[in-house]
Design a protein around this ligand. Sequence first.
Ligand code: FAD
Length: 447
Amino acid sequence: TPTYLGALRCKEEGDPSAMATSLKVAVVGAGVAGLIAARELQRESHQVVVFEKSHRLGGTWAYDPRVESDLLGLDQNREIIHGSLYKSLRTNLPRQLMSFTDFKFSDKTYGDERLFPGHEEVLKFLEDFAGSFEVTELIRFNTAVTRVELVDSDIIEFEVESKTNGVNAVEVFDAVVVCNGHNSEPRPAFDIPGIETWSKKQMHSHNYHVPEPFRDQIVVLIGNGPTALDLSREIATVAKEVHMSSRSPAPYAKVSKSQKFSNIWQHAKIDCINKDGTITFEDGISIDAYIIFHCTGYKSHVPFLKTNGIVSVQEKRIGPLYKLVFPPQLAPRLSFVGLPEKSLTFLIIECQSKWIAKTLSTKISLPSKDQMLRDIKEHHGDIEDDGFPKAYTHFLEIENDYIDWMSTQLEMNVDKKFTDMFKYLIHCFRSGNFDNFMNLFELKYGV
Ligand code: FAD
């Protein structure tokens, strides 16, 4: 039987539809998104419970050196290790851009003063944030949410089922904010002809920690994001050869050699895997490799959510979501924080959290359900018209005005220096000079 924990609903007598002002809200996850969502909800006087399946906060930034039993992450029965960080990881954004508007990473150091610090520094920053705003006390550690289900009633409510040390509990909440992270379910590249018969080793970057297992090997690495760039260089310090392959068209139409690393080559897409086990790229080169290493990103994953089909996960797209936050039919009672990718994650997460908290307390109103659905249709249409797959729905590089839109809703001043810096970083990254884009950035902005 569910335990009803007394939602703090302010209904006017005789008017059951009167809007709530202070709600009982469940936040799933205590990573960056869950921490800031909890702070903003608390600031709006909502009653907040943060569920965190791990014994500590920080999500991605709480480094976990364990490796999963299935290196590609295909076995649905495996124990999922949440974190995807590798031991040497430094941030790919400078610390200024991993700040909250009123709690700046750039004002603080915890032992690692670098502009692009190591992951340990980010975790300390998040612990400091949670302690400073009394968010830590809202977290129920070692408590995994196993089911969030819409209760069938005229007022939207959710049953939240959770498990703590093997004990199940069911509670009812007025609203749920999903902050479970989306970098734990690998999305390997399996659309390569012949890959199904490849009998040598394959792994996904989710299970990478150190380069040592690649010593003296020939490695084919698929991907061209920050992780692919980072790991190719680290692996190249011990491997015999690293052959990077990416779907992107020019400048990779022909094979090219890295200027800085004599054993890294950049190829076009893999054409096929041959019967003899060699790998042929579209540039015509064939390689006899020891391992295919997938740096190909992650699937979206919300296994606990049951909404009778109102919200679904298709490819990487969770939807329909208005501004990547609210499903119109359940808005504002159900929301998602942290879905945008290739963006100023910390700032966007902060904006989304403020928007959710203020919408729940009715200080900000949303457009009508039909208007929100029209907006979503337009957004999805733009992605298709531009020739991008559904998986690009959460990529904000395509929607540069997102932060402007959010900050206008919130009447919040976002320092232009902040967004200019991000644009400059993207410029460095896109200029193709990957070997030293961090150096370029450091030169311009200094430590
Ligand atoms: P997460 O950090 O993944 O946190 C989700 C939390 O939810 C976890 O604590 C998890 O245990 C918990 N959880 C999940 N399911 C449940 C459940 N059912 N019940 C209870 N708890 C649950 N961003 C940057 O800004 N700069 C960078 O340099 C950068 N580098 C990155 C490098 C890598 C390799 C990766 C993978 C990501 C990187 N990111 C970077 C993006 C990073 O994901 C975000 O910075 C941020 O950590 C996202 O926070 P989150 O709270 O959305 O998710």
